[in-house]
Ligand binder design. Structure first.
Ligand SMILES: [Zn+2]
Ligand SMILES: [Zn+2]
Length: 170
């Protein structure tokens, strides 16, 4: 359960465990498709003065195509979660804290789950950091070797320099 009753918390720490479907609306806008449900585990406890600390983790898998060579990529995503839910406005300066209205009776952990997942999922997939990608002309996978096309004609640094020279002359 990711909604915890404050009365339950008054009696002691609460174990939080949930599995959210990968197409849960909560995960809308995640940059790369989720391939597995999101498993959430953790422990929520009152630390006094209207503050509640949640310590936990999340785990899922993302999949898609390498953005350079289009090979299928599947990768585990994990994140450790340490966030504070607080009724104390002064504690909200910490980016890992969430406001809790004074009249709240329940702590909803789902906004924190969404935020942590968005941070943990990369903006794009790459099969490996040194992937050479596909040749823009013939489409050959350059990880398999050079393709025989002539190298790109203009080096980017020279292009910038040429543009600069043009500007100076004007
Ligand atoms: Zn690749
Ligand atoms: Zn080529």
């Amino acid at each position: 359960m990711l909604q915890v009753d404050l009365r339950e918390l008054a009696r002691g720490p609460v174990e939080t465990k949930a599995e959210l479907a990968r197409d849960d609306p909560l995960f809308e806008g995640v940059a790369v498709a989720l391939a597995d449900p999101v498993a959430v585990a953790g422990r929520l406890q009152a630390t006094g003065d209207g503050r509640f600390y949640w310590h936990g983790s999340l785990r899922t898998r993302i999949s898609g195509e390498c953005r350079r060579c289009l090979a299928p990529v599947s990768r585990a995503v994990t994140a450790n979660i340490g966030v504070l839910f607080t009724q104390d406005p002064d504690a909200l300066e910490d980016p890992d804290s969430y406001p809790l209205p004074p009249e709240a009776t329940v702590i909803d952990l789902t906004p924190a789950v969404r935020e942590e997942l968005l941070l943990a999922v990369p903006q794009y997939l790459e099969c490996r950091p040194e992937c050479r990608g596909l040749c823009p002309r013939c489409g050959q996978d350059l990880n398999a070797g050079p393709c025989g096309c002539a190298p790109a004609t203009v080096d980017l640094r020279w292009a910038t320099l040429a543009a600069l020279k043009g500007k100076l002359r004007d």
